[in-house]
Unconditional design. Structure first.
Length: 348
């Protein structure tokens, strides 16, 4: 090979490999500018609720405790199954007496990063949120006084609450129940997704198809609503901003945030769904009517952007969304106290 040809060859090779690296770095910067970010290593304690290891352990027991429900059968984990992406994979949840609820269960993983809880953001934080399902007639159908009576009938809980909330006269109370559950939920984060590893510098953590999907996710405007560390969960938008989906996907009776604010402009407004682990949490939308992630992407294109995404584009974006599947914490299933003569009996 002539020397000049060799030089050209070498510099071309350098240029190519250099530009591949630069492309990854450019993509990272593009994603960051669009408001996307890797999950943080640590989560700050929720306001007014310092997180201690003992509180987390108590919260874990309560999360798996079916006796928080009137039937003694339904725990938080029934609908937020931690082995199944933190949800129940049903269109809408089934609760007390086999009743169907009106909405799809979102995942509890990374919920701590959401600006507010529920599809309509009606609970400000996880502590407030946890009071809802325990009392909802179609969920656990219980009452705070009954929950406290149940826990007080189980001596182990009395000891644990005393240890976790020292110096309180009457530590077994409803407020402390939800504080402990919140402390456990703060630990339900899933770092280490291919997207996070890519954002933290590992060029090869995402496939080329996933990277192409990320480019589209930003360029097509998905990040206008799905941004932040949880790729959503930050703000409210009309579902059907450009074109309202059919009544199967957007049932007319659920007006979303309107029920919270009673402002006409909030009709059919919902929180932009957080998209972390979305590959694990079908079916999609608050109605739970779409099982296929690619189809959910296409629905979003039409409804929110007025764009008919091509088949290849929808596939690439779905591939990117699969790069948001992180590593769930290892959770040892807790031993729960055995009932006593004083424990309220199941009401089925
Ligand atoms: C019968 C099923 C069921 C049970 C039991 C249940 N949930 Fe839920 N959960 C749901 C549904 C459905 C929603 C969404 C409701 C809505 O948005 O109106 C939800 C929403 C949530 C959210 C909000 C997540 C987000 O992204 O907004 C959290 C957190 C949560 N539940 C935690 C809990 C905890 C903690 C318990 C136990 C105390 C519990 N849930 C019990 C079905 C259930
Ligand atoms: C104008 C704001 C907006 C834009 C733009 C937008 N979304 Fe959404 N997205 C939402 C809202 C709001 C929801 C919740 C809809 C509901 O109530 O079910 C949602 C839900 C979703 C869901 C369902 C998640 C689940 O857990 O059920 C997916 C997937 C999704 N969006 C992907 C995308 C993609 C991909 C794009 C770009 C093509 C996009 N979105 C653009 C606001 C938006």
């Amino acid at each position: 090979m002539k020397r000049s040809t060799l030089t050209t060859f070498v510099s071309l090779a350098l240029l190519l490999s250099g530009s591949a690296l630069a492309d990854d770095q450019t993509l990272r910067e593009k994603a960051a500018r669009a408001g996307l970010a890797p999950l943080p290593e640590t989560v700050p304690d929720p306001a007014g609720n310092p997180v201690t290891p003992e509180k987390v352990q108590l919260g874990k027991k309560l999360f798996f405790e079916p006796r928080l429900s009137a039937s003694g059968l339904i725990s938080c984990n029934t609908c937020h199954n931690l082995g199944m992406g933190g949800d129940d994979n049903l269109p809408t949840s089934v609760g007390h007496g086999w009743q169907k609820g009106p909405r799809n269960a979102p995942t509890v993983y990374n919920a701590v990063f959401n600006r507010a809880q529920f599809w309509d953001g009606r609970a400000a934080d996880l502590k407030e949120q946890a009071k809802g399902p325990i009392q909802a007639g179609v969920e656990m159908a219980n009452r705070p006084d009954q929950v406290v009576a149940t826990l007080k009938s189980l001596p182990e809980y009395v000891t644990w609450f005393g240890e976790v909330f020292p110096g309180e006269d009457d530590p077994v109370n409803f407020e402390n129940v939800v504080k402990a559950i919140e402390a456990f939920e703060v630990k339900l984060v899933t770092p280490g997704a291919p997207f996070d590893r890519f954002m933290n510098g590992a060029d090869r953590a995402m496939s080329d198809e996933q990277k192409a999907g990320l480019v589209l996710f930003v360029d097509r405007g998905c990040t206008a609503c799905h941004n932040g560390v949880n790729v959503g969960g930050q703000n409210y938008f009309p579902f059907g901003l450009i074109k309202r989906p059919g009544a199967d996907i957007l049932p007319p009776e659920d007006k979303g945030r309107f029920e919270v604010t009673h402002s006409a402009s909030d009709e059919y407004v919902f929180r932009a769904a957080p998209l972390r682990n979305v590959a694990l949490t079908a079916p999609y939308f608050h109605s739970g009517q779409v099982w296929d992630l690619k189809q959910a992407v296409s629905v979003m294109g039409t409804a929110q952007l007025g764009a008919e995404l091509g088949d290849a584009e929808a596939s690439q974006i779905a591939a990117f969304l699969r790069s948001l599947t992180g590593v769930a914490p290892q959770i040892l299933y807790p031993e729960l106290p055995v009932e006593t003569a004083a424990t309220p009996r199941p009401q089925l």
